[in-house]
Each structure stands twice: as structure tokens, then as C-alpha cells.
Design a protein around this ligand. Structure first.
Ligand SMILES: Cc1cc2nc3c(=O)[nH]c(=O)nc-3n(C[C@H](O)[C@H](O)[C@H](O)COP(=O)(O)O)c2cc1C
Length: 435
């Protein structure tokens, strides 16, 4: 069966509840989303229209290139003059792309955004170049900013809002249609999976995509996710209508439960009371390895600190992401090769964008021959990732001597003491300056 052909043939709205329709777009050819997420069979941009006794509300739009599908589907169930509200659950361009044109077609409509959205609205619309768009852009700034618990009315039916910021943009919110039990959850519970059968009980198996979307997009914000789930779980929802992928009408609570599991603690750390310090390194000739071992040994001397030492040469770095998320301190060691740190270290540091590492303690070290760029470059990256780098990094020229290994041991001890808040006043000797 060619699922995409059937989609192309019918650009009409799909009913998802009583007077509630999906008017989104299918994008079956997309293979990489936002540069970071690979998709197996594309994605959908989900937009919806909710009818009340006094007009309709549109919830989200689609990516600009797919506006044709969106407008056709809208026109199959409503007229532009009927639109009272255009609700954007967040302003990301894949959901706001058709907004300027929709505002032009429905000049009476009021834009409804979260209280965190106005600061970004102007920035998103300033790209409009022709006069009409400029005009709609300035109109768009006449918005209604809503917070948690606020309500807008369509006569007998009303829409209310959940304040769920940072999932995954600062301005994200969810929209709740109580009488139908439909939660329009934005990107939460979404995934990149394109199947025109649209509902979770009708489409192919999309679990891999649901999980990887959480892992790449939502995971860095898991504290915010827990707050959002606290608000979502008590709702008597029958349908969850996310902004991408299948609409969850069959056992939607399973997906909420899965999110709760995924945003819980990833590990069972037997020594939960201790602080954890992870030391990652690579070493071609054993010099950085000797430094790593001495650093780990020094950290081990401090009570209540559990130290783990990992050689990341050639291995898969993904398993470390869970460990990193749970750890209190991270230390990275690399020799300098051709004026840089080596690739597995950069790969591991790149993977840190998948988790929230802000504020964790971090440090860098490594052996070098003459220029020694690796350590300062790693340190810069750690600071860029908003890690805390309280102890200056450590470099040893070529093979570490016993004295230099002793400095490494003190460096490790110093880091561990910082983790426990018991740091000593005396700073570690700066080997880079001695050599
Ligand atoms: C191919 C190659 C390139 C290197 N490039 C540099 C460099 O650009 N700057 C530098 O300071 N050291 C450079 N070195 C020296 C290493 O950093 C030095 O030998 C270091 O002690 C190796 O540490 P390891 O045993 O932990 O791998 C280079 C070494 C190799 C083998």
C-alpha cells in the first residue's frame, strides 16, 4: 500500500473528535529534522481546528513549504471569517511557518501565545520581506498572552492552557479542550513519523521514533518535563494530539507513563549518597592515561566521592550519556594531536547537548609535545556548555615524571573536594607554566 499516494489524493481535514479536525501536513521525504534528528519516513506537522458555538480556533500551523496542504484542509471544514483565535503552542518555524499568511486571510483572528512567547515573536516574523507580510507581521504583534489556567471561549466550548515551558522551546504550552478530553500537547509526546493513517492504533510501529524524539529533543529538559507531567497526569484526557507524528487516541495514558519513566532517574546508583566523578580519556602512548590514573587515584582519596575511569578510544560513546546525566563531576583528558584534542573527546562533548549538564563540575587535562592546545580547547568547550570549571586544567609535557604524577593526584583530589564543597585553599601547581 502506498500511504503517501493516498495522502496526496485527499487534502481534506481528518476528524479527531466532535467538531475537532486535524488540518496538518505530511512531509514523507524529510530524512533529517533540525539537522540533528534522523527520520526513517519523514514527519507530520500537526495543526488542528476546534469548532465552538461562536467560531473556530486554529491550533498551530505548519512549516511554510507545506502551507498548501494546511490551507486546503482548513478550507474543507471552516471559513477564514470564522476564526476567532489562532493558538500557537510554541513559535518554532515548523509550526508557525504558515502564520503570516493565515493572519492575512483571517485579519479578525486573535493570536494566542504563551506568556513567554512575545520576546521571540518579533524575531521570528522579521524575515517577512514583502509588504503584505510586513503588514501581517505588525498585526501579529497584537496578541493575547496566556498563562497556566487561562481560558478562551468559543461560546459553549472553551480552551484552557497549561504552563509547560522549555518543552523544548522557552515558550511551550499545552492547550486543553475539556469537553472533548483532547490535549494539544505541542511537541511533547510527538515524534517524527509520517503515516497517513494518522492515529496511533492505525499507523505502523513508531515506538523507536517516539523514544528517540524524547531522547534528542525533550531529554535535556527533564526537570521541566516532570513539572509538565504533574499537570498532565491528573487530566481526564481521551486523546493526546501532539504537534508531530501519530495522534494518540488508543491508550494515551501509556505514552504519558512512558514519559514519566524516561524522565525519571536513568540509573540505580547503589551508592546514592556519594558524589560521582567520571574521568574520560584517550592516550596513544600512555602519557595521558598515566595522568588519568593518578587523577582518579587522587579523587578516590576523598570520602563520599565515587570515581569511575573510562578509556573512550574506539568505543561507542552513547552508553556514557546516561552516566554523564547522573554524574556530579566530569573530567576529560586528551593528548594534543595536530594542534587539537582527538575526535572521540569532541564526539563525547557533542553528546552532552542531549542532557542537562549545566552547573556540573568539569575539568580538562592531557599530555602534549610542544604546543598543548587540547586541554585549553576542551576547557573552553566545557565553559561553553555551561559546566562549572573551578580548577585550572592540567598539562604535562610528554611522559609524566613521578613529581608530575603527584601533581595529577593532587589535581584529582582538589576536584573531588570541590564536589563535596570541602576544597582546600592551596591551588594546584600549574604544570603548564613550569614546563
Ligand atoms: C601525530 C601526532 C601529532 C602530534 N601533534 C602535536 C601537536 O600539534 N602539539 C603538541 O603539543 N603535541 C603533539 N603531539 C605530541 C603528543 O601530544 C605527545 O606525544 C603526547 O605525550 C601524547 O600523549 P599520549 O601518550 O597520551 O597519547 C603529536 C603527536 C603525534 C603522534
Amino acid at each position: 500500500m502506498n500511504l503517501m499516494l493516498s495522502a496526496a489524493a485527499t487534502d481534506s481535514a481528518i476528524e479527531i473528535g466532535n467538531d475537532v479536525h486535524w488540518i496538518g501536513a505530511f512531509d514523507p521525504d524529510l530524512r533529517a529534522f533540525d539537522l540533528i534528528l534522523r527520520t526513517a519516513n519523514g514527519t507530520t506537522y500537526n495543526a488542528y481546528v476546534v469548532r465552538g458555538s461562536e467560531g473556530v480556533a486554529v491550533i498551530d500551523t505548519v512549516k511554510e513549504a507545506f502551507a498548501g496542504q494546511f490551507f486546503s484542509r482548513f478550507e474543507s471544514v471552516a471559513d477564514y471569517e470564522e476564526i476567532r483565535y489562532i493558538v500557537l503552542n510554541h513559535l518554532e518555524p515548523d509550526h508557525s511557518g504558515a502564520l503570516p499568511e493565515l493572519m492575512r486571510r483571517a485579519p479578525q483572528a486573535r493570536l494566542v501565545i504563551s506568556t513567554r512567547a512575545p520576546m521571540m515573536l518579533k524575531g521570528l516574523l522579521k524575515g517577512s520581506s514583502n509588504e503584505d507580510d510586513q503588514h501581517s507581521g505588525s498585526r501579529v504583534l497584537d496578541y493575547l498572552a496566556v498563562g497556566g489556567g487561562d481560558r478562551i471561549s468559543l461560546g459553549k466550548r472553551s480552551l484552557s492552557f497549561l504552563h509547560t515551558p522549555f518543552l523544548h522551546w522557552p515558550d511551550t504550552q499545552c492547550t486543553w479542550v475539556e469537553d472533548e478530553g483532547i490535549l494539544f500537547s505541542g511537541d511533547v509526546f510527538g515524534c517524527h513519523f509520517c503515516d497517513t493513517r494518522l492515529f496511533n492504533d492505525a499507523v505502523g510501529d513508531f515506538r523507536f521514533s517516539f523514544e528517540s524524539y524524547y531522547g534528542s529533543i525533550m531529554r535535556p529538559f527533564r526537570e521541566h518535563m516532570r513539572d509538565a507531567l504533574d499537570q498532565i497526569e491528573p487530566l481526564p484526557f481521551k486523546v493526546i494530539a501532539p504537534a508531530h507524528g501519530p495522534i494518540l487516541r488508543h491508550t494515551p495514558r501509556h505514552y504519558v507513563r512512558r514519559y514519566r519513566e524516561m524522565c525519571g532517574s536513568t540509573l540505580t546508583n547503589e551508592a546514592a549518597a556519594t558524589r560521582t566523578l567520571l574521568v574520560f580519556y584517550l592516550s596513544a602512548y600512555g602519557n595521558t592515561r598515566r595522568m588519568a590514573e593518578s587523577i582518579a587515584a587522587g579523587a578516590e582519596e576523598v570520602d563520599d566521592v565515587r570515581v569511575s575511569l573510562y578509556d573512550i578510544e574506539g568505543g561507542d560513546i552513547l552508553p556514557f550519556v546516561d552516566l554523564i546525566e547522573e554524574a556530579d563531576g566530569l573530567v576529560f583528558g586528551s593528548p594534543t594531536i595536530n594542534g587539537d584534542a582527538v575526535k572521540p573527546v569532541w564526539d563525547l562533548l557533542s553528546s552532552l547537548t542531549r542532557v542537562n549538564v549545566r552547573g556540573k563540575l568539569a575539568a580538562a587535562f592531557g599530555s602534549y609535545g610542544w604546543s598543548g592546545e587540547a586541554m585549553p580547547l576542551i576547557e573552553d568547550r566545557l565553559r561553553g556548555l555551561k559546566l562549572r570549571v573551578p580548577v585550572k586544567g592540567l598539562r604535562v609535557k610528554l611522559i609524566p615524571t613521578e613529581d608530575e604524577l603527584e601533581v595529577c593526584r593532587r589535581f584529582g583530589r582538589d576536584l573531588a573536594l570541590h564536589l563535596t564543597g570541602r576544597q582546600e585553599k592551596k591551588p594546584v601547581i600549574d604544570l603548564a607554566e613550569l614546563s
